[in-house]
Design a protein around this ligand. Structure first.
Ligand code: 13P
Ligand code: SF4
Length: 308
């Protein structure tokens, strides 16, 4: 994009933000130019906290469907806009409320922990939500000893390493993190033996076994700023590297796999943010009975804070 055009688009976004008292929230995997104009960039937990606390009338949510839905669940008085209606998380679509109801009947004594990467309907049938930043903390805070953990089997298995509770994992997974293979990590470790390896808990267990540290995207940001290492192998969606490089110009980053791209996260642009604000689209709406139930699970999670 020509610099002059980009500057015009940014100026228009700022004008519209003021007119509509809007705030732009973006996930760490968004395109660089989208992250650069955001009021807040963060992980799922940080974005939920911002959505719940921010004073704005309008939230433009640049992430995927379940994240914008969480904002609408937590802040019904605000207008939540998602610039691209097709930006859906495939993992969140791997469980339906009907399937969860059947599973709950199989395990009547179990509590249901729903990763925020779920629909509002699935959250409404769960007891508490978690994100990758607080999954272990949330599970260990429960009185029950049996936990149905949906929908990410990898996050469930990672959490099981740090609890004595019985974890019953759902068989969902993130197609993007699934592309990162142990061979990718080993190749980079051999090339950069002094690099620190950090991966997301959505990675396969065999990849997690090779990591020095496992963090949510927000946890990666905090840890890397403080770390004494100067080189990092990063096992997550490649959008993460934009922020890491920008905030740590003296450090070097190597993506575990350049194939690890989440197509849904890349659908937002400066242009569709402008259209969202000009045409008030696409407004995220949740039926009130589902919203109230889902909010209980999200509120319960927010009360437990960050784990990383
Ligand atoms: P974070 O909450 O760690 O940002 O993860 C969200 C996500 O969708 C990872 O794929
Ligand atoms: Fe969903 Fe994976 Fe994309 Fe995250 S990276 S939004 S889990 S598909």
């Amino acid at each position: 994009m020509i610099l002059q055009d980009k500057e015009k688009l940014i100026a228009r976004i700022n004008e519209l933000k003021e007119e509509r008292n809007a705030v732009i929230l973006t996930h760490n995997y968004q395109r660089g130019e989208v992250q650069d104009i955001a009021d807040f960039t963060g992980d799922s937990l940080g974005l939920s906290q911002q959505a719940a606390e921010h004073e704005a009338d309008v939230i433009v949510f640049c992430g995927v469907d379940f994240m914008a839905q969480s904002a609408a669940i937590l802040s019904p008085q605000k207008t939540v806009l998602i610039p691209e209606i097709l930006s859906e998380c495939p993992m969140a679509a791997m469980i339906t409320p009907e399937e969860l109801i059947i599973k709950k009947k199989e395990y009547p004594d179990a509590v249901v922990v729903a990763y925020v990467n779920t629909s509002a309907q699935v959250k409404a049938h769960s007891d508490i939500c978690c994100t990758s930043a607080n999954a272990v903390q949330v599970v260990n805070s429960l009185d029950e000893n049996e936990v149905i953990f949906v929908p990410d089997r990898n996050l469930a298995l990672y959490t099981a390493r740090y609890t004595n509770k019985k974890i019953i994992p759902w068989d969902g997974y993130c197609p993007t993190h699934h592309m990162i293979l142990p061979e990718d990590i080993m190749l980079l470790k051999n090339t950069y033996p002094d690099a620190e390896t950090i991966v997301h808990p959505e990675c396969r267990p065999e990849v997690i076994d090779l990591a020095d540290n496992v963090f949510s995207t927000g946890g990666m940001v905090t840890h890397i700023k403080r770390s004494k290492s100067s080189k990092f192998i990063i096992g997550t969606e490649i959008g993460m590297l934009h922020r890491l490089k920008k905030e740590n110009p003296d450090k070097e980053f190597y993506p575990a796999s350049s194939c690890a791209v989440c197509p849904s996260m890349k659908m937002n642009s400066l242009s569709n943010i402008i259209t969202a604000l000009e045409e008030n689209r696409y407004v995220v709406t949740i039926p009130e009975s589902i919203r109230e139930q889902a909010k209980k699970s999200l509120d319960r999670m927010l009360e437990s804070g960050r784990g990383d």
